[in-house]
Design a protein around this ligand. Sequence first.
Ligand code: SF4
Length: 327
Amino acid sequence: MDFDPVFLAKYPFLKATKEYVASLGIPLSEMLSHPVYGASLELGRLRVLDCMEGRFRPEYGDPVRAQLTVLSYPLARMLAHGLGRAAVGRYAQGEAEAAYELFRDDAEASRLIAKDLGVSETGGGMPFPQYVSLATALTRQSPKWKLANRLVDAGYVDVEAGEARILLREAVRNRVLESVDLKRLPEEVKKMAAGLRTALTGDKATLDIEALDYEALPPCMKAMTAALEAGVSSHSAMFNLATFLANLGLKTDDIVKVYSKSPKFDEEKTRYQLEFLTGGRGGTEYTCPACATIKSQGLCKNECEVKHPLQHYRRHSRKRPKAAAKV
Ligand code: SF4
């Protein structure tokens, strides 16, 4: 079978990637010490970090680079799954958004991806169970995804073409989230996962989780805070702000304080929703969307030269170490 490494570099979650890697005929343990392919482990580590910050974009400019980018994907998945549920959720979101940026305006790529994932990319009727499995996370961002707000006919949910591409992105995210057998990880990958975990924990510790540095908030989050205080916040804005604050590491009590400034504040409801969003009820820990998604919602307020609002906060918060102001 012929493989196009550039196509797989863009969409390495496709089933063909497994066959492509197998076709190279080099076991994983040997690949890691290979003079060329060995670089894929470090690329995998960077891929995890970039995906978690929402800034990952695959590189495929020349054949070797494309090949290394393909190989970095299975390694990045192993590393991310070794980091725990919250981290792998952010990683998967970054992978899905990077792919979405490439396929959203590419009908042929969308068709091939949809075929591989077993979903429709053209809109029309989507089988009810499939719609529910793909749209669950989206219902936290906008009520338009709730079944109650959709046309359902004979077991099929009506989906527009643009929406079908968003659901395809969710299908990509689900595939990235599929479980990985961590018991079989090579020693090099285990060591790198441990180092990555320490680096990420250390990075989080540099943030003051007791107090929010309001000045470091990106413009979109400042606008969402203002809308919340004015009582005119949309569902998407509420979701984005809550997940942003939770992903910063703020405690639930501190997030509740932010939400208490809304004229519509209901403490019990807010605490319930926060617990749900942060995975406290045994479910998914939701992550703040990247800038691309916030832009598509019309909630971006400036061009900050970042791919993710958390990146903006980290950059600006580090610039003023002790100027944290309580909100
Ligand atoms: S570029 Fe990103 S961080 Fe900046 S306002 Fe827009 S969505 Fe927010």
